[in-house]
Structure formats: structure tokens, C-alpha cells
Design a protein around this ligand. Sequence first.
Ligand code: AR6
Length: 169
Amino acid sequence: MTRIELVRGDITQQSVDAIVNAANSSLLGGGGVDGAIHRRGGPEILDECRKLRASHYGKGLRTGQAVATTAGRLDARWVIHTVGPVYSGSEDRSDLLISCYRESLRVADELGARTVAFPAVSAGIYGWPMEDAARVAVETVRATETEAEEVRFVLLDEGAYTVFAAQLR
Ligand code: AR6
């Protein structure tokens, strides 16, 4: 059984095996969680991202996929970068968001990560409404078979935390 935990705070301050990054397909950094992870984790993460791009993801990491690097100076062993879908009001892209959680957990299992922290993927710059982002996140983690003992959702603000808490009830 995987325990699901909820934490209000900064994901870069978590002590876990793997921290999931809401990245973009370039893997070269950005704002939001991505910016915070690279800032606090240091240049080692970007170095590995660059190498991954050169070796495997010349056209970028596709939406819904996930790949791991070192966690640099973060208190974690790995960062798992996943690319969430940009929200669309006219097209249902939830399969891609579901895929982010599933693929991240699959990569976590491959690595042997037992504790995994997720942000609310796509619910910031990519515009996904928080209620729906939380529903997809919680339902998908609950439905995914994983070796992880703990999945921790880390929400930066009170509003997001409250929405996730309601979803977990
Ligand atoms: N800890 C936990 N949650 C955070 C943190 C943090 N340090 N910082 C932001 N959040 P976002 P996206 C919350 O925008 O929507 C980047 O430029 C934030 O409040 O980080 O998937 C990438 O490079 C929101 O609820 O990710 C991509 O281009 C949630 O994390 C793009 O943004 C996700 O917000 C990805 O956009």
C-alpha cells in the first residue's frame, strides 16, 4: 500500500528519494517549480538535463513523459522531470496529465525510490484549474501500482493545499 501525504510548503525543501519537477519539453529550466528546483539544486541538474537532451531527447521530452536526473544539492537522490500538458478549455488533455503521474511513478520504481514528492503538475503556468488538477493527481496516484511507500503532494499555497485536502477526503 502506498501512503499519500499532503504537505503545505516548498517542494525543494523536502527530504525524499525523488522530487518530481513540472518541467517543459526543453528540459532546460523555466519558472515555477522548475525554476525553484534548478536554483536550489544547483547546476549539476541542468548539466544532466543537457546531456539527456543531446543523447535521447533532441526534439525535447514529450508531454506526459518523465525522466530522471541527479537532485544536485537538494535533499533527495533524484529529480524526475515530467512535462505536463498546457490546459485547454476546448480539448480534454487529462490523459496527458494522468500520464505524467504514471510515468513519474514508473521511473521512480525503476530507480528504487520509496518516497516521491509531487507538485501540482500543470496547475501553475500551464493553467490547469486546481480542482481538476488535484482530482487527476489523487485519482491517478491511487490507481497506480507502485513500489513507492509514500507519495507526498507538496502544495505551495493554502488554496492549493485545501483543494488537495478536499480531494483526499
Ligand atoms: N514548491 C511547490 N509548489 C510550487 C513551487 C515550489 N517551490 N513553486 C511553484 N509551485 P508551475 P506548470 C506550484 O508553474 O503549471 C515552468 O516554466 C505552483 O503554485 O511550476 O506545470 C516550466 O519550465 C503551481 O500550483 O508548473 C514549464 O514551462 C504548481 O506548483 C511550466 O512552468 C505548478 O506550477 C510548467 O507549468
